[in-house]
Ligand binder design. Structure first.
Ligand code: NAD
Ligand code: 6OD
Length: 486
């Protein structure tokens, strides 16, 4: 039986309480291993080790040497690619082609982009006259914030964790990571890689467990933590902001969404269709940037609905390593129950079910997995909970529209503001809408096309702050000013 431990001060450790929980494979509900839940003593040890490491060899490394060490992680993750792939797939059930093209390579690349950034960043400098007729010069200095708590979700476990650990470490901080209880494996495995490339003990720590009254809330409440970066649901973000208020600690929040795709009649139909198919169904709809509201201009509405139905019907569920598998299960029984409750609600609210709406018929050995059908609805009012609430499953509601103004109002009528995609060949109209739609990320004729130097984050209840390239330095460093009087 696999044991998933905590990684504290360079060592794999169990816990004082002896409490473990089961980690099951979402493909068939088989038991993968037992996870040692970190309690207050383990979180205390991790934060203490992390604080000590700030003053140890890590804190004394030059930026260039620190970055060279972190660049070594990229090579070592690539060397152990299959270990990471197997671990991520066992935890999430996602298709191997997806994890091997997105999760693991981006999980490694997230270190390199930020070592490149931090090595090349400059700070401002001003000269001025002083009242006594002499001169003075001020200049900025960036220093690490200290111990960063990283709280992660389960949908892209390694990618989203290193998206935060990468810049945090490149900037000279130390980290305590709390992976999702549903996906503990890759963050824990990364500890081996840290040791291998010589990252000093205490710089990277992992505490496994749940949120409330467990590792998550013990970590965010810990006075030894200097900043909290979180990806997850908006309501958890609220709890984390409240915890951060004690001690006035900064937060970076990447939260939920109810993202729209807007398809105009003049779009490149094939490109719009392929892109919306991906944005709705990729990773079984478990992508924060994914589309759950599709707005299609009236003249092509019927044609688009019918074509999307055909594409979605061809998305074959199956085992991660089967070549023809196009979609995996949801991550857990808990999440399957949540998504199926929305499928039932859509039916009860009178949606027209264009496709799906239930659980697919799977072979006997997979029947106990967390499967749901790709699902498409039409016919609901914009006030419906299906159109307003984040479901985080492989589903969308499609609404027709007549004018640009009408669609703009519908898209913006949401408490969320994470991402949108606009499909049209009229770039003037697309650019106009891109500034009017209240989101942090807008794609035109594309989706999830990433340049890691750009600002990433959400508006409204989808988040606070921006990460990516130089923007990450706002959170992961403290910018100080030094004034010299000549
Ligand atoms: P979640 O909020 O339930 O959990 C995220 C993490 O927070 C987990 O590790 C959990 O254990 C921990 N946690 C829960 N309560 C806590 C508390 N009170 N104190 C401290 N930690 C706590 O989210 P999830 O279900 O794991 O992930 C799905 C959500 O994440 C969706 O809403 C999705 O949109 C969002 N998400 C957002 C982005 C983004 O970049 N904006 C990216 C990925 C996922
Ligand atoms: O690409 C990224 O950097 C990123 N943070 C993606 C988030 C995806 C959400 O599920």
């Amino acid at each position: 039986m696999k044991e998933i431990k905590n990684f504290i001060n360079g060592l794999y450790v169990t816990n004082v309480s002896g409490k473990t929980y089961e980690k099951r494979n979402p493909i068939d509900n088989s038991l993968i291993g037992m996870v040692y839940e970190a309690g207050q003593p383990e979180v205390d040890s991790a934060v203490t080790a992390s604080r000590a490491a700030l003053k140890g060899p890590w804190g004394k490394l030059s930026v260039v040497d620190r970055c060279a060490m972190l660049d070594g992680l990229v090579a070592e993750i690539s060397y152990r690619f299959d270990d990471f792939l197997q671990a991520e797939i066992a935890d999430t059930g996602k298709p191997a082609h997806l994890a091997s093209h997105i999760d693991i390579p981006r999980g490694a690349a997230n270190f390199k982009i930020f070592t490149d950034t931090i090595k090349n960043v400059s700070t401002e400098s001003f000269e001025m006259r002083t009242p006594d007729g002499k001169a003075a010069r001020s200049y900025g200095v960036r220093t690490p914030r200290g111990v960063i708590a990283i709280i992660c979700p389960w949908n892209l476990p390694l990618l989203l964790m290193t998206w935060k650990a990468g810049p945090a470490l490149a900037c000279g901080n130390t980290v305590v990571v709390k992976p999702s209880e549903a996906t503990p494996s890759t963050a824990t495995l990364l500890g081996e890689v840290m040791n291998k490339v010589g990252v000093p003990p205490g710089v990277y720590n992992v505490v496994n467990g749940f949120g409330v009254n467990s590792a998550g809330s013990f970590l965010t409440a810990h006075p030894g933590v200097n900043g909290i970066t979180f990806t997850g649901e908006s309501k958890t973000g609220t709890a984390i902001m409240k915890a951060a208020a004690d001690g006035i600690r900064p937060v970076s929040l990447e939260l939920g969404g109810k993202n729209a795709a807007v398809v105009f009649a003049d779009c490149d139909f094939e490109n719009a269709l392929a892109t919306v198919t991906r944005s709705v169904f990729e990773n079984c709809g478990q992508v924060c940037l994914g589309t759950e509201r599709v707005y299609v201009e009236q003249p092509i509405f019927d044609q688009f609905v019918s074509a999307l139905k055909d594409r979605a019907a061809a998305i074959k569920p199956g085992r991660p390593f089967d070549a023809d598998t196009k979609i995996g299960p949801l991550v857990s029984k808990i999440h399957q129950k949540k998504v199926l409750s929305y499928y039932a609600k859509a039916k009860a609210e009178g949606a027209k079910i264009v496709l799906g709406g239930g659980v697919p018929d799977m072979p006997d050995d997979l029947k106990d997995g967390c499967w749901v059908e790709p699902t498409i609805w039409t016919g609901l009012p914009e006030s419906s909970s299906i159109v307003r609430e984040e479901i985080f499953g492989p589903c969308c509601h499609i609404q027709p529209f007549d004018t640009e103004e009408e669609v703009l109002n519908m898209v913006n009528d949401s408490p969320y503001g994470l991402a949108t995609s606009i499909h049209t060949q009229d770039i003037g109209r697309a650019s106009r809408l891109a500034t009017q739609i209240e989101v942090g990320l807008c794609w035109i004729n594309s989706w999830f096309l990433r340049d890691l130097r750009t600002p990433f984050g959400g508006s409204k209840q989808s988040g606070i702050g921006r990460e990516g390239g130089l923007h990450s330095l706002e959170f992961y460093t403290e910018l100080r000013n030094v004034m010299i009087k000549y």
